[in-house]
Design a protein around this ligand. Structure first.
Ligand code: IVH
Length: 676
């Protein structure tokens, strides 16, 4: 890589870090997981240390937080509010200690005493007291300047407004964490991803009366500027804080030796889910202030402290119950209801157990303490359970052999490919007989890729099923709008909107129609293949009459599994009735004939950015109609990159590097018009 390319890459990374920081600190929104954010930060640090020419004073990694928002008056901190370096394992801790030994020129047998404090995941604040009176309260801001949020902080009952203790310093900035307790967070109506966001949102309201509504807490743990503070170590300072009327963390400890720090860390990680406040690690501070002073700071963090972070994608919590969910295809999925726990910024209260075999293999039981993993956007799942912590009277989990929704037998199908029974147990009911299956089928029917009916979301579908308004797909097109208008939560306008969007969808493409039926193994791609083969809804429905299912084997991409599933679907009389009824009501468009030797033959296309006046699906179809094909990443195989509004920069740049032709939407449409 040449110098300018490295600089460009570096700048891009800084730009996105700045963006996430701004969203997080100023708008209280996390657009990125903590783990991904840490990776981004690490990549920047690595680039900086590898390439000297990148070292610029503006590097966001040597900054703390983000510039204060314009909503509040900015005030400089008299002593900067520092950040902490992170440790993730024992090795990091040993390195941390080694550096201290070197710096202080101590021998390996020297023992350091630490103050180990659970790291509350909240918002830090600095409270200035003059002659025992709270004068001003600041947020951290960028570490140098904070926002004047005094009025909001004053609403917090944990924060003393006047302190009359004799030994309280003449002037001091008491620093600590503002947070919201988990039990209070659960009671909130507003939607926040986690307690931290709720605390931050509440603290940075313009109106203190709004702040008051959310019960914020304050825990003190350090100080900034001070005049007349007479203590010589952190543990004594914490004791004093308590005497002066501040809350301090009851789980603070003084510990000697890395081995003991590790034991305390493991213990806290297990206790974490039982605490009423979120902690995301343990902060270790050298207890002795004299030593702290000698060690001083590096860039924006002290040399004498470190944050030992808990894993950003796993946590330990208790299984309260095991629920069995019934899906659209009748599959019974066990889900563990767990005591809510914050994993990497997301509060997790459900974890999938996949299937019966998984529960048996891991011997997962109600009451167990379990390790839960949440990786990326995947549904959280249980890694293992702690047998030592298992309650004495626990029972093996009995997977139901009757469907919990309709009581039908549950079965494990024989898989002819693997010659084994499926791991998944299914409800054996057919068509729309089982309530849960029926509701899931209806939800699928109205979903985005199927009928995409605006205003008929999942909750409404369930509600309408319960009220006997929609039991089968065709009922959607025969609604009694007068009756709905009189129902709770509905009015003239919302009913008119619903009627409009339902009527709009009476005209549908054959592939969407096939997909919406929710036939097992017939997803979007297969529905498209079958629609191209059938050409018209008439032909598709004829399949059931002529029973010539085997003909479908001619379709490239359709195999025994899919054909079997279509057969089963058409053998069911209720399904047949649904299709016939829908065919009467709807106008199902014939499949578009694709040109075999269209002018875009052998050409590959990719889209980036928002297109004007057409959806991606329509654009894709226009290309396919002319024998072109779509690919999903920029590689040498790509012939054209079509850019809409706000294209992904990275894609455009890679395309340029690979000398791929880049077209605007207009340019592309011109080519299309010439060819079709
Ligand atoms: S000491 C110079 N102590 O962690 C020391 N910080 O990444 C800096 N935090 O901004 C602060 N619990 O918001 C300290 N017991 C504790 C803490 C703690 C949570 C937060 C605080 C700080 C961040 C550092």
């Amino acid at each position: 890589m040449n110098k300018s390319l490295i600089k460009k890459k570096y700048k891009e990374k800084i730009k996105s870090l700045d963006h996430y920081n701004k969203r997080y600190y100023n708008e209280n929104i996390s657009d990125i997981t903590d783990a991904k954010f840490d990776v981004l930060k690490k990549e920047i640090i690595e680039l900086e240390s590898k390439y000297n020419f990148l070292k610029n004073q503006n590097s966001p990694v040597s900054r703390v937080g983000f510039k204060p928002s314009k909503n509040f008056r900015k005030v400089a901190h008299r002593k900067p509010m520092l950040s902490l370096a992170n440790a993730f394992d024992e090795e990091d801790l040993l390195n941390f200690e080694k550096k201290i030994f070197n710096y202080l020129d101590k021998k390996d047998n020297f023992q350091i005493e630490y103050s180990a404090e659970p790291k509350i995941d909240g918002i830090s604040a600095s409270l200035n007291y003059k002659n025992g009176k709270l004068t001003i309260g600041l947020s951290r801001g960028d570490g140098k300047e904070g926002e004047d949020i005094t009025s909001n902080l004053k609403t917090i009952s944990d924060i003393p407004k006047i302190i009359s203790s004799e030994d309280f310093p003449k002037e001091i900035d008491i620093r600590g964490e503002v947070f919201i307790q988990n039990s209070d967070f659960e009671k909130l109506n507003e939607k926040f991803a986690n307690p931290r966001n709720a605390a931050s949102g509440s603290l940075r309201q313009k109106n203190p009366d709004e702040t008051k509504k959310i019960p914020l807490k304050f825990i003190a743990y350090t100080y900034g500027y001070e005049k007349g503070l007479k203590v010589s170590c952190q543990s004594d300072y914490l004791k004093k804080l308590k005497q002066w009327g501040f809350k301090v963390n009851p789980l603070n400890k003084t510990i000697v030796g890395v081995k003991n720090l590790m034991a305390n860390y493991d213990d806290m990680e297990k206790k974490r889910s039982e605490l009423d406040f979120d902690i995301d690690g343990i902060v270790y501070k050298i207890n002795n202030f004299e030593m702290q002073k000698r060690l001083g700071n590096v860039a924006n963090a002290p040399r004498w402290a470190i944050a030992h972070k808990f894993s950003a994608n796993s946590g330990i919590s208790k299984i309260i119950d095991i629920d069995i969910q019934v899906g659209r295809t009748g599959a019974l999925t066990p889900v563990a209801k767990i005591k809510p726990i914050n994993i990497g910024g997301v509060v997790v209260s459900n974890a999938t157990l996949h299937n019966e075999d998984e529960i048996l293999r891991k011997d997962i039981r109600v009451g167990d303490t379990a390790v839960i993993e949440r990786a990326g956007d995947v549904i959280p799942h249980i890694i293992s359970v702690d047998l030592v912590k298992r309650p004495k009277k626990s029972n093996k989990f009995n997977f139901p052999n009757k469907c919990p929704s309709c009581g039908s037998e549950t079965i494990k199908e024989f898989n002819s490919l693997t010659k084994k029974n499926d791991a998944v147990r299914r409800c054996s009911s057919e068509g729309f007989k089982c309530k849960k299956v029926a509701i899931e089928k209806l939800k699928h029917f109205v979903s985005k890729e199927a009928f995409n009916i605006d205003g008929l979301g999942k909750k409404i579908v369930k509600n309408f099923w319960d009220l006997n308004i929609i039991k089968l797909p065709q009922d959607i097109f025969n609604l009694d709008y007068k009756k709905i208008e009189l129902m709770d939560g509905w009015g003239k306008q919302s009913v008119a909107n619903l009627r409009y969007s339902i009527n709009e969808r009476k005209n549908i493409s054959l592939e969407r129609f096939i997909y919406s039926l929710g036939i097992r193994h017939i997803g979007l791609e297969n529905a498209k293949l079958i629609s191209r083969y059938s050409k018209s809804s008439k032909n598709f429905i004829l399949l059931s009459k002529n029973k010539n299912f085997e003909d479908l084997l001619n379709i490239d991409g359709i195999g025994e599994t899919q054909i079997n599933s279509i057969k089963i679907f058409f053998l069911n009389l209720e399904n047949l009735k649904v299709i016939n009824e829908l065919d009467k009501i709807l106008k199902i468009d014939n499949a578009i004939e694709f040109k075999k030797n269209g002018s875009l033959m052998n050409k590959t296309f990719m889209f980036t950015g928002k297109l004007q006046g057409m959806s991606r699906a329509e654009a894709k179809s226009l290309i396919e109609q002319n024998s072109g094909s779509i690919i999903s990443n920029v590689s040498k195989r790509l012939n054209y990159l079509i850019t809409g509004e706000k294209p992904t920069k990275r894609k455009v740049e890679t395309a340029k590097e690979l000398k791929i032709k880049i077209l605007s939407q207009t340019e592309w449409l011109k080519i299309l018009n010439k060819t079709s």
